[in-house]
Design a protein. Structure first.
Lengths: 323, 271
């Protein structure tokens, strides 16, 4: 301890408490050391395997490169131009957007109504919640295989439909280019609806019953109470759900890759399947990196704008509550 | 009121049906023969056949996939939770310049999809010689799980009263001693939550293992299920048995962890 005091440069200013300067200084160094010890490993891991790869992709994207040998064929922004002007990639962006919009238009109202119904005091509620959540726990790979088998022509789904007299609805679910995207959307809904329901149920628990009672006393109908009291209070939960849902829709991959590989005739290609198809299967690493950067920028812009205009105040509580 | 409850039960019934029927199709289909399934896709097992399950459970393929998945998930979870709790401790119980900056950097990870980074990540892992290596999947997965881990743990650790820390320091404990002996044990509910999340993320991850592993002996369960399906397109019953068995770990894990998870999340919201 005395060593610390004597080695202190005499000119160093020690404001406020000159007598305790040595120990304070020592403890400050110690604090710095502790902080470095605690933070560095996480920072290295995060930077090394999340931030750097994204930066590296931006660099590769300026070259025409097959993944081997030196980066020598500098092409500037040509990869970006090629990707964005290609019909297949434009289609892929469109498919991602359709899934994102359909999710909000179909899944959100469905989740809200299911959550409200399941919020009633009905028997077996706990069991119901677990059942609803079960598909969410399965991997997309398992989900894809299950539905791939059920949707075989003349398979389970078809025979059920015929069995209940709806045989006219039978389609070539995964082989008809005009149907396949919507089929995939139904499977996505099956898998992810439980997540929305659980999230909204948690949000509903936060609505004080007094508010509903007060509204009812003031003569509000059930619908008015729901519309003007409950829904606004669910706002933060709904906004965070929309955020997660759109981000998820934009990076859709596993399910599509296993069920259709983006086919038939690119009718279900998404940005991510396009990326893997070109970057990995065809060894167009420069081009694939450009696609990755585009996908990244789209998601990042959305996140930024959504954060700025929709989430603002409620990020803190809501985000931690979600994941 | 009773009419509204009736609607509730009806909806509940429909939801359970929609959710459970595909799962039953898989589990029961595993007890049929492919011939039975082909002749009547929506039928019940008649007679019950145990062969499919017995064959899948008796072959080393399934167990190897299970082992690979477990190994990778354990490494990824341990890394994410250990490094994440250290960082969350620094970001919640120390005051220093740039603290919020560091926190924002980590939360950025939540705001954009990390799956996007996989192609460049693949090239990076090749550079590091981590292809065909469980670590090549586990380490990036841990990195992907860090943001969630820190975002959940920080408020939780922040909410633990300062008096506890003061008392520990007065009793002569070092700050790191307080972290290890008092803060971590108190944070157990939140630690369980983040562990479950990191484990499930790793367990279900498909894209990264797909790129990193070429050799099917290294495959994880999601890759294995997809591979098994494409290799046995003529033997639906066996694929169903395989899929059914591969669902068991995730579902069991979920049932066991569900209660504890909710506790951890509630704590973090309050904080």
């Amino acid at each position: 301890m005395s060593a610390a005091i004597t080695t202190r440069p005499p000119t160093a200013p020690v404001p406020h408490a000159p007598a305790a300067g040595g120990t304070r200084r020592r403890s400050r160094t110690r604090t710095r050391l502790e902080l470095a010890l605690l933070l560095t490993p996480a920072l290295v891991l995060f930077a090394g395997f999340v931030l750097i790869p994204i930066g590296v992709a931006a660099y590769y994207s300026l070259y025409s490169w097959n993944g081997f040998g030196p980066l020598s064929d500098f092409v500037g922004f040509q990869n970006y131009v090629d990707a964005l002007s290609g019909e297949v990639f434009q289609g892929a962006i469109g498919h991602n957007l359709i899934i994102a919009v359909l999710s909000i238009v179909v899944q959100l109202p469905l989740s809200i109504s299911l959550a409200m119904l399941l919020n009633r005091k009905i028997r077996g509620r706990t069991f119901l919640r677990m059942v609803v959540f079960a598909p969410y726990v399965l991997s997309e790979a398992v989900t894809a295989v299950i539905w791939l088998l059920m949707l075989q022509p003349g398979g389970f789904v078809d025979s059920i439909l015929r069995g209940i007299g709806l045989g006219g609805l039978v389609q070539l679910w995964l082989a008809d280019p005009s149907i396949v995207l919507y089929t995939l959307f139904l499977v996505i809904t099956w898998k992810y609806i439980g997540f929305g329901v659980i999230l909204l149920l948690a949000g509903l628990q936060g609505v004080p019953p007094e508010l509903r009672e007060a509204a009812a006393l003031d003569g509000a109908s059930a619908w008015q109470t729901t519309r003007h009291v409950v829904l606004p209070l669910l706002g933060p939960t709904i906004r965070i759900w929309v955020f997660l849902s759109v981000i998820g829709s934009l990076q859709l991959f596993d399910l599509v890759w296993i069920m259709t590989l983006g086919g038939p005739a690119n009718a279900s290609t998404t940005m991510a399947t396009y990326l893997v198809d070109h970057g990995f299967k065809r060894y167009e690493f420069g081009f694939g990196s450009a696609v990755a950067v585009i996908l990244f920028i789209i998601c990042f812009l959305f996140a930024l704008l959504y954060q700025r205009f929709a989430l603002r105040r409620d990020t803190d509580g809501a985000l931690t509550g979600v994941r | 009121m009773s009419r509204r409850n009736a609607i509730g039960y009806l909806a509940a019934f429909a939801v359970v049906g929609m959710t459970v029927v595909p799962l039953l199709f898989v589990v029961l289909g595993g007890f049929r023969t492919t011939a039975q399934i082909n002749s009547s896709p929506a039928g019940l097992p008649a007679p019950f056949v145990w062969d499919n399950y017995a064959e899948v459970a008796g072959s080393p393929v399934f167990w190897r996939l299970l082992g690979n998945s477990a190994l990778i998930a354990v490494i990824a979870t341990t890394l994410a939770v250990v490094l994440g709790s250290m960082a969350a401790f620094a970001l919640s119980r120390y005051r220093f310049r740039g603290r919020e900056g560091f926190y924002t950097l980590f939360t950025l990870g939540l705001l954009f999809p990390l799956g996007v980074a996989t192609l460049p990540l693949y090239l990076w892992l090749r550079e590091l010689n981590l292809l065909e290596n469980p670590l090549g999947v586990a380490i990036p997965e841990a990195a992907f799980s860090l943001p969630v881990t820190i975002v959940i743990l920080r408020p939780f650790m922040h909410a633990i009263p300062n008096e506890l820390e003061d008392a520990a320091l007065l009793d002569g404990a070092a700050k790191l001693g307080f972290f290890w002996r008092i803060l971590l044990p108190l944070s157990r509910p939140a630690l369980i939550t983040v562990s479950v999340l990191a484990f499930v993320t790793s367990w279900n991850f498909y894209l990264l293992p797909l790129l990193v592993f070429n050799d099917s002996t290294n495959f994880t369960l999601p890759l294995g299920v997809a591979m098994f399906q494409s290799e046995h397109t003529q033997d639906t019953a066996k694929v169903l048995a395989f899929t059914a068995l591969s669902m068991i770990p995730a579902l069991t894990f979920f049932v066991l962890a569900e209660r504890r998870m909710v506790g951890g999340l509630t704590g973090s919201v309050k904080g």
